[in-house]
Design a binder for this molecule. Structure first.
Ligand SMILES: C[S@@+](CC[C@H](N)C(=O)[O-])C[C@H]1O[C@@H](n2cnc3c(N)ncnc32)[C@H](O)[C@@H]1O
Length: 305
């Protein structure tokens, strides 16, 4: 099954979605993604009928405005992307700069889609004034409008009438979750999120994050968390406290680009954690699930575009 993925986004979980979905309970009311980004897990879950309703949230407002438009006015987004893509031809660099300036003035979601399709590694970068300042990838023109159109219409059809879109801090979103929902959390990676790192709009404070996970545990709200990982023996991020009683799994996510460049064979592992409430409502043993679904290798570092 071809899973659509209209928004190119660094950090997208599209390549490991198939390893995460088997951990979903059989029935849930709403899949809630407080750090949705390009919403790879919700898209995959919708394609596989794993949830009837979705809540996508991300603190990046223009990104969520783009999601809103993709769902409510796919024709408009497709037409605008095609116009920008064609207009750039022959003057790619100046046109990119022009759209980037225009985006910084207007925050228009269609401009953001064009910038994500054209910029280096599909990664959002902001300067101290909060302006998008990522450079273009001069080796490519961005995804062809026809392929973009296919994915935009497919995702719009998947989500229309069953999705809520918000742009708030993740903690506010957790307040609306219930025991019947599933929360999928994919916060910015530790080590890259604090100290004004431009990779994301906002960082996530580790202590506050742990308190939020504790809140979900207290309320018995099931959740899956993607949180850091390791390349070879090198682990990223502070360990989560054992009091949270999480079950950790490692997904073999392929060779890191860094290792490949250095000619090393280090494999990157992506960690996922299941909450106690989630494990209690699964009807298969974790060992069986792990054996069945986690042994294969995927490439995490494929750049979308
Ligand atoms: C690793 S990315 C999520 C990628 C996503 N799983 C996907 O498949 O595209 C983390 C996201 O968290 C968002 N974010 C950062 N701080 C946040 C906060 N305090 N509340 C909500 N979202 C936040 C960022 O804008 C970024 O899109």
């Amino acid at each position: 099954m071809k899973i659509p993925h209209p928004i190119p986004y660094q950090g997208s979980k599209r390549n490991i979605a198939k390893f995460i979905l088997p951990f979903f309970p059989r029935e849930i009311n709403t899949l809630i993604e407080p750090f949705a980004g390009s919403a790879a897990i919700s898209i995959a879950a919708a394609c596989h009928g794993k949830a009837p309703r979705f809540h996508l949230n991300d603190i990046n407002k223009p990104l969520m405005a783009l999601w809103q438009e993709i769902i409510s006015d796919p024709k408009g987004v497709v037409a605008s992307y095609e116009r920008l893509w064609k207009e750039q031809q022959g003057k790619e660099r100046e046109f990119y700069d022009y759209v980037r300036d225009a985006f910084n003035r207007t925050q228009r979601p269609d401009y953001l889609l064009y910038l994500l399709a054209r910029c280096v590694k599909a990664s959002v970068r902001y300067n101290a004034r909060g302006e998008f300042n990522q450079s273009p990838d001069n080796r490519r023109l961005g995804r062809h409008p026809e392929q973009m159109a296919d994915d935009i219409f497919a995702v719009s059809n998947l989500f229309r009438g069953r999705v809520t879109i918000t742009s708030k801090d993740y903690m506010q979103v957790l307040e609306s979750a219930t025991m019947k929902d599933l929360v999928y959390l994919d916060p910015p990676y530790q080590g890259v999120c604090n100290n004004g790192d431009p990779r994301y709009y906002s960082g996530v404070d580790f202590k506050e994050f742990v308190l939020s996970l504790d809140y979900l545990n207290q309320q018995k709200i099931p959740f899956v968390l993607s949180y850091d990982g390791r390349t070879g023996p090198k682990t990223f991020g502070t360990e989560l406290p054992s009091e949270l009683e999480l079950h950790q799994f490692e997904i073999e996510a392929g060779r890191s680009t860094q290792s490949t460049l250095l000619g090393k064979a280090d494999i990157t592992y992506e960690s996922i954690y299941l909450s106690k409430a989630l494990v209690e409502c699964l009807d298969v043993s974790l060992k069986d699930l792990a054996n069945k679904h986690l042994a294969r290798q995927v490439s995490l570092f494929e750049i979308v575009g």
